[in-house]
Design a protein around this ligand. Structure first.
Ligand code: F0G
Length: 376
């Protein structure tokens, strides 16, 4: 076929799935890499800054990349149900892919603190939603036990198939740029995604001889991967919310808090992998206050036309700061992952947006007056 059918269609030969596995796909992946043009900052024009807009995946977050592979594998193994703990996006994605596969999804979400859009998705896709009196880290502990005690497949990112799917974002970025970027900035919560990107970039950077054994299956042979142009791997930079920043504290945070509820996580499951990615790449971790995160979200939406959720914006807050302070040097190519769509969390957006709604009478002179008032 010649139309795009999702990650397994595009990268099946680089995924560890059985050949005859029935792909459970919603056309995920193939998201745009957008160059930013309007952000303020004296050094911003000295770098090439891009965002990988993962909010355009079918359920509005990067989780779909992992879920297509994890659910395909679960179904191939005969599983009748999947389970996850989630701050919201994983549950939305698991629910959708389970619906597609015709199996059951159980999702454990924290008490409150989950964005409205994400909860609506899980419910609409027919998941069994269990709200626990605890946070994400409590949920994670419980679902790992359930995977041992009940006939359910765990689809959190501790499932290696999740990371396999998510590594494809690195492939797409290398194909779009013709090479790996110099720096890759992303939000870090449970630390699966930074791990997956590092896997993906590392696979792209295999010696040319090793590359020939694989075929992309989507590019027709002229992607960066096939032409053997990808030599280097980027520096991996992970950003966290100050109230939920175990990588900055050097260990678990017991009561994580942040407006960026997606990354309200105190005990990341992929701790060791993330540290390895950071160390091997020569990268670092940094943190941002809720105010700084919301400011970056607003800047991206109002100046670039790109609406991401708060957790995603921390990557751009970080890139902007590190470009301005010179830690990311002039001349660099930088990619930030925007992990989820802004519409996931409309409450936070409305509460913090700087542009207000003006109420006027329903007649043209009142509207004209309002327009002229705003233009001046
Ligand atoms: N950004 C968003 C929008 C997320 O939903 C998540 C994780 C992350 C960043 C962090 O990625 O965990 O791989 O380091 N959300 C998970 C969930 C935990 O349950 O939806 P990570």
């Amino acid at each position: 076929q010649n139309h795009y059918t999702g990650l397994i269609g595009a990268y099946g030969d680089r995924l560890p799935l059985a050949r005859n596995a029935r792909p459970i796909s919603l056309g995920e992946g193939n998201t745009p890499l957008i160059r930013l043009e309007n952000l303020p900052g004296s050094l911003m024009h000295d770098v090439e800054l891009y965002v990988k807009y993962e909010g355009l995946n079918p359920t509005g977050s990067f989780k779909d990349r992992g879920m297509t592979v994890a659910v395909t594998q679960a179904v191939a193994e005969g599983s009748q149900a999947i389970i996850c703990a989630s701050t919201g996006n994983t549950s939305a994605s698991a629910a959708a892919y389970a619906a597609r596969a015709g199996i059951k999804a159980f999702v454990l979400i924290p008490d409150g603190k989950i964005a409205m859009g994400k909860l609506a998705q899980a419910i609409m896709h027919g998941a069994e939603v269990l709200q626990i009196r605890g946070n994400f880290d409590d949920g994670m502990r419980i679902v790992k036990e359930m995977a041992e005690q009940a006939p359910v497949s765990l689809v959190n990112s501790v499932n290696p198939y999740r990371l396999q799917g998510q590594k494809t974002a690195a492939f797409e970025i290398c194909e779009a740029l013709g090479q790996a970027p110099d720096y890759h900035c992303l939000p870090v919560g449970n630390a699966g995604n930074i791990t997956a990107y590092w896997m993906g970039y590392s696979e792209m950077a295999l010696a040319p001889g090793q590359k020939g054994t694989l075929a992309c299956g989507f590019c027709g042979g002229d992607c960066a991967y096939h032409q053997g142009r990808v030599a280097a791997r980027p520096v991996m930079v992970g950003y966290q919310a100050s109230g939920s920043a175990p990588f900055l504290r050097g260990g678990p945070v017991t009561h994580p808090e942040t407006v960026a509820t997606a990354i309200r996580i105190g005990a990341p499951q992929s701790w060791d992998y993330a540290l390895t990615a950071s160390r091997e790449s020569g990268g670092w971790f940094d943190e941002f206050t809720d105010e700084a995160i919301l400011e970056a979200q607003w800047l991206l939406a109002s100046r670039e036309g790109i609406f991401c959720e708060p957790a995603s914006a921390v990557s751009v807050a970080g890139a902007m700061r590190d470009i301005e302070n010179g830690r990311i040097p002039p001349g660099s190519r930088v990619v930030c992952t925007l992990t989820g769509h802004g519409l996931k969390d409309p409450d936070v957006a409305q509460r913090h947006a700087e542009a207000a709604v003006t109420t006027v009478d329903a007649d043209s002179s009142a509207v004209r007056q309002a327009i002229l008032g705003k233009m001046s």
